[in-house]
Design a protein. Structure first.
Length: 174
């Protein structure tokens, strides 16, 4: 692969990680599963996008809101159609235990399908998870731009998140 093609491929793979974070926070399951190869292996659950969608919905249902930040991203090519990478991230989310902050490392496998790089697999490794002493969403509205302190409008303003909140996130079109 020539250097320009590698540069463009790396950009596509970085976008996968960034779009993954956005889709998770929005609870946009169509966009989320579209980042993976169609025949994604979900282990004992089976294969394919619908199985993956159900897995994501089941994992995210106990929580409410999340904020994922993508950081360091290193990508190495195995050949012209296969690559692997390491992505660091910080996530904060409501969970049954309270508001949780996690430091995460993803070990990713990528594959070129047609003209798009996609995830084959994302392995989620945890540096740590800690329950914070307060839930930052449990405060009055900030009324931005009047005040920077308080609860904002995200994720409530996203239609996909509203559908998830209302229990409609498992079906197509979420």
């Amino acid at each position: 692969m020539d250097p320009l093609a590698q540069l463009l491929a790396r950009d596509q793979m970085r976008q996968l990680a960034e779009r993954y974070a956005l889709a998770m926070d929005c609870r946009d399951f169509d966009s989320l599963v579209a980042l993976f190869i169609p025949d994604v292996n979900c282990g004992r659950l089976g294969t394919g996008h619908e199985v993956l969608r159900k897995s994501f919905v089941d994992q995210l249902r106990p929580g409410d809101r999340s904020v994922m930040l993508v950081a360091n991203h290193v990508i190495d090519f195995d050949d012209d159609e296969h690559a692997h990478g390491i992505v660091y991230g910080i996530a904060e989310a409501t969970m049954p235990e309270g508001w949780v902050r996690q430091a995460i490392q993803y070990q990713d496998t990528y594959e070129l399908r047609g003209d798009r790089w996609l995830f084959v697999r994302r392995k989620h490794l945890l540096w740590y998870g800690v329950v914070l002493p307060y839930d930052p969403m449990d405060q009055p509205p900030a009324n931005w731009p009047k005040s920077q302190i308080g609860r904002g409008t995200v994720p409530d303003c996203w239609e996909s998140w509203q559908r998830f909140r209302d229990g409609e996130g498992a079906g197509s079109g979420a």
